[in-house]
Design a protein around this ligand. Structure first.
Ligand SMILES: [Fe+2]
Ligand SMILES: [Fe+2]
Length: 275
């Protein structure tokens, strides 16, 4: 079991920032903006999914998982709240969040499915966020030129994604452990996640009037497809989820934990409830 605490970030997200907030780079700002836009609905879905999963456990097991699930819920609730503030700034800058609308529709459409599917979808997405977190800590230069408060927001979120990477996975194993469904759902989530991210990134670039600039696509190519780029560099990490003996903690990087230790001044620990 992982001990999870909730940290309240001591940063101001009410103050406006510029549209190309990520070091003046249109592509990085659009892509990370798209990720952020998908978070509030996604994170509420993770919260609801693990809560429903927890209820499926028999009493003694439920007790063993309860504290970790509560910490997970508290962390995701805090991410959701801060990214909603961040997204409100993006909307003020003229960007339109459509990924949220599509995601909400999907959540409503699939609400009738078995809780195990929702926990599998959460575990699958959590693998994506954990891999992204590891990659971000290995490539701190992606946040070069960001205002410190915005860099802190992304690093804190990445550190907590790294920290709670196993919660949904372990819960899935405890309520089902069905490998075939874990993989089936992972394939589906991979397609949806990347398609949503691409569509919203293109939309953000359109609203930024940066979509037809060679500079945008040069930056995008390097970010995603350089040897250790965000996509090309993570193909192996994406594949590892298919292994029958995969576990999220097998290749967990310590960098998130190190960041939290070195940046204790940036947050206040508020407990495991998130409120
Ligand atoms: Fe999160
Ligand atoms: Fe998460």
């Amino acid at each position: 079991m992982t001990e999870l605490v909730v940290r309240r970030l001591l940063i101001d997200l009410e103050a406006p920032f510029v549209r190309r907030w990520c070091g003046g780079d249109a592509f990085r700002s659009a892509l990370f903006g798209a990720l952020s836009m998908s978070f509030p609905v996604g994170e509420q879905y993770f919260i609801d999914s693990v809560r429903a999963g927890l209820k499926r456990l028999p009493e003694p097991q439920r007790e063993a998982f309860a504290a970790e699930v509560q910490g997970f819920v508290g962390q995701e609730a805090t991410h959701r709240r801060l990214h909603a503030l961040f997204n409100a700034q993006l909307e003020r800058l003229g960007l339109r969040n459509t990924v949220e609308v599509r995601a909400r529709r999907r959540v409503e459409r699939d609400a009738h499915l078995d809780a195990r599917i929702h926990v599998a979808a959460t575990a699958a997405t959590e693998h994506f966020t954990a891999v992204f977190a590891d990659w971000m800590f290995a490539h701190p230069e992606v946040l070069d030129g960001c205002e410190p408060r915005l860099a802190t927001l992304w690093q804190w979120h990445a550190a907590e994604e790294s920290e709670h990477r196993a919660t949904a996975f372990d819960l899935y194993q405890a309520i089902s452990g069905d490998h075939r469904w874990r993989i089936r759902v992972y394939r589906y989530i991979s397609v949806i996640f990347l398609a949503d991210l691409l569509r919203q990134t293109l939309r953000n670039l359109w609203h930024d009037r940066a979509i037809f600039s060679w500079r945008t696509w040069r930056s995008g190519w390097l970010l995603l497809f350089a040897r250790d780029g965000m996509l090309r560099g993570n193909v192996g990490r994406w594949r590892e989820y298919f292994a029958p003996d995969f576990h999220p903690l097998h290749r967990a990087s310590p960098q998130g934990r190190d960041w939290l230790r070195a940046h204790a001044h940036a947050f206040r620990v508020v407990g495991a409830s998130g409120d």
